[in-house]
Write a protein that binds this ligand. Structure first.
Ligand code: BES
Ligand code: MN
Ligand code: MN
Length: 461
C-alpha cells in the first residue's frame, strides 16, 4: 500500500467527521435567512485549510459572500494548481420529502451505494467534493508528497450564479496566478465506469411577468371576456417548442456548434442504459429534441425549461378568480458558441412579440454563464485520466456534462487557464433534490485519486 493510501486508511473516520461538521451548517446562498450560516461555513473552510497546513489562508471580500483563499507554495519556480470549489448549497426544500434532516448528515445504504452514502444537502454538490481536495492536500503534506504549488479558491455564490466572482478574478490576477484549474463539481458515469467531463453548458435564466386586467376579477362576471394571463402565459410557453421539441425562438440555433458524425458517434459510445434511466426517474418514456440521443440532448444540445410558474389562486380549496398576473422562471441551457447575452436578448424580443395585445409582458434577466469545452489532449487532462485509471483500474471516458459552472469560462477568458473537471459524484446522487447524497466510496476514491493527479501532472513537466 502506498504511504498516501495508508495515511487515508488511518484517518478515514476523522475525514468523515470533519466533512459532517461542514455539512451541518446550512450554507444556502439563495436565501438571505441563512446569511450567518453561509459566513460560518466560509470560516469553517478557512479553519480546515489552516488545520491541514495551508499558508496565507484568508476570507476575501467579493461584494457578496467571501472567497476562501489558501495556498502552499513549495517553490515559486514550480507549476501551480488552482483548486476551485464552492461551499454554498441549494435550498433544501421540499423538506417533507427528505428521509433524514438535510443538515444532519446520515449514512444510509442504497442500491447504487451498497457501502453507504452520506445523505445531506451539499454532500455531493459541492462540500463533499470540495473537501476531498482539502483532505488530499493534508495527505500530500503529511506524507511529504506534494510535488508542486497549490492554491485554493473556494467560493460561496456558485448556486446563485457567481455574479461577483468575475470581478474577483479580474482584481486578483496576480494572487490567482497558476498553470491549471482543478475542480471536483461534476459527475462520473458510474462507480465502475469512471469518466471526465469535457464540456459544461452555459445558462440564460429569465423571468417573465404577464399582466392582464388591473386587478383580480370574478371569473364568472368577467370570464370569457377578458384575457386570463395564466392561460395566455401557458400558451406562450407552449409555443416556444414545436412538435419536434425544437426551440422556436428565431435565431436560437444560429451559433450552435454542430458536431461531426464522428464526434457524435464518439460521444454516444459512453455507456447509457435507457431502461435504467427510466426506472431511476420512474418515467414511462424519455423525451427531447427529435434526431438526438439522450446523451446528446443533455450534453451538446441547448434546452429551454420552465423552472417555476405561478399566478392566481393556489391555496386550499377553490376560489373562482380571473387573476391579474402570471409569472414564470424560464432557463435555457446553452452550448458552444451560443452566449448568454445573445440568447437572453433573442428570448426577450421573441417573448414580447408573441404576446397578444390583451396582455402586457415584462421580461427580466437573472444570472447567466457561458458554455465551455475542455481539451482531452492537455497535459492536465491526461494527468487526470491517468490518475483515475490508476485508482479505478479503467481509463475514464470523456463525457459532456449538462450542468453549468459559470466561472469556468471566466477562468479561461480572464486568467487564460484551462480547467480539469475532476468530478467524482453520480448524476443519481440527487443534487439539488431532496435526499442528496454522496457515496463513501466516492468520497474516499476522490481523496485517493487527487494526489495522483498531482503526481502525473508533475511527471509530465
Ligand atoms: N455542480 C453543479 C454543476 C454540475 C453538476 C455540472 C453535475 C455537471 C454535472 C453546480 O453546482 C450547479 O448546480 N450549477 C448551476 C449553475 C447555476 C446556478 C448558475 C446549474 O447548473 O444549475
Ligand atoms: Mn456544484
Ligand atoms: Mn449545484
Amino acid at each position: 500500500m502506498s504511504i498516501q493510501k495508508e495515511y487515508i486508511e488511518k484517518n478515514k473516520e476523522r475525514f468523515l467527521d470533519e466533512l459532517f461538521s461542514l455539512l451541518r451548517i446550512p450554507s444556502v446562498s439563495a436565501d438571505p435567512k441563512y446569511k450567518g450560516d453561509v459566513i460560518k461555513t466560509a470560516e469553517a473552510v478557512k479553519a480546515s485549510l489552516i488545520a491541514v497546513g495551508a499558508d496565507n489562508v484568508e476570507l476575501c471580500e467579493t461584494g457578496g459572500y467571501p472567497v476562501v483563499y489558501g495556498e502552499k507554495i513549495i517553490d515559486a519556480k514550480l507549476p501551480t494548481v488552482l483548486v476551485y470549489g464552492h461551499y454554498d448549497v441549494q435550498p433544501a426544500d421540499p423538506l417533507e420529502l427528505w428521509t433524514s434532516p438535510p443538515f444532519e448528515p446520515t449514512i444510509k445504504k442504497t442500491d447504487i451505494h451498497p457501502d453507504g452514502a452520506i445523505f445531506a444537502r451539499g454532500s455531493c454538490d459541492d462540500k463533499g467534493q470540495m473537501f476531498m481536495h482539502v483532505k488530499a492536500l493534508e495527505v500530500m503534506l503529511k506524507t511529504n508528497t506534494l510535488p508542486c504549488n497549490v492554491k485554493f479558491m473556494i467560493e460561496g455564490e456558485e448556486e446563485v450564479g457567481s455574479a461577483n466572482l468575475g470581478g474577483f478574478l479580474k482584481a486578483n490576477k496576480e494572487k490567482l496566478k497558476a498553470d491549471v484549474i482543478l475542480i471536483s463539481d461534476t459527475s462520473i458515469i458510474a462507480n465502475d465506469t469512471p469518466s471526465i467531463d469535457v464540456g459544461l453548458r452555459g445558462l440564460a435564466y429569465m423571468e417573465v411577468e404577464v399582466t392582464g386586467p388591473n386587478r383580480d376579477l370574478h371569473s364568472g362576471v368577467y370570464g370569457g371576456g377578458v384575457a386570463n394571463p395564466v392561460n395566455v402565459l401557458c400558451k406562450m410557453i407552449a409555443s416556444l417548442q414545436d412538435e419536434n421539441n425544437h426551440i422556436t425562438i428565431p435565431g436560437f440555433y444560429d451559433n450552435v456548434m454542430v458536431l461531426s458524425d464522428a464526434e457524435r458517434a464518439e460521444l454516444n459510445k459512453a455507456p447509457f442504459n435507457v431502461d435504467a434511466y427510466k426506472k431511476d426517474l420512474d418515467i414511462n418514456d424519455i423525451h427531447g429534441e427529435k434526431g438526438y440521443t439522450t446523451l446528446e440532448r443533455t450534453g451538446i444540445r441547448p434546452t429551454l425549461d420552465v423552472n417555476g410558474i405561478w399566478g392566481g389562486y393556489t391555496g386550499e380549496g377553490a376560489k373562482t378568480v380571473l387573476p391579474s398576473k402570471a409569472y414564470a422562471k424560464i432557463s435555457m441551457r446553452l452550448v458552444p458558441n451560443q452566449t448568454s447575452e445573445e440568447i437572453s436578448n433573442k428570448f426577450a424580443e421573441h417573448f414580447k412579440k408573441i404576446a397578444p395585445a390583451s396582455v402586457k409582458v415584462k421580461v427580466s434577466h437573472h444570472h447567466g454563464g457561458e458554455p465551455v469545452v475542455v481539451s482531452t489532449s492537455s497535459p492536465a487532462y491526461l494527468a487526470a485520466a491517468k490518475a483515475m485509471e490508476e485508482t479505478y483500474g479503467k481509463k475514464p471516458i470523456p463525457t459532456r456534462g449538462g450542468g453549468s459552472i459559470p466561472i469556468v469560462a471566466l477562468f479561461k477568458s480572464v486568467l487564460g487557464l484551462d480547467s480539469v473537471l475532476f468530478g467524482f459524484g453520480l448524476d443519481s446522487d440527487a443534487l439539488h433534490s431532496p435526499n442528496e447524497h454522496y457515496g463513501l466510496f466516492n468520497y474516499y476514491k476522490g481523496i485517493e485519486t487527487i494526489p495522483l493527479f498531482y503526481k502525473h501532472y508533475m511527471s509530465g513537466k
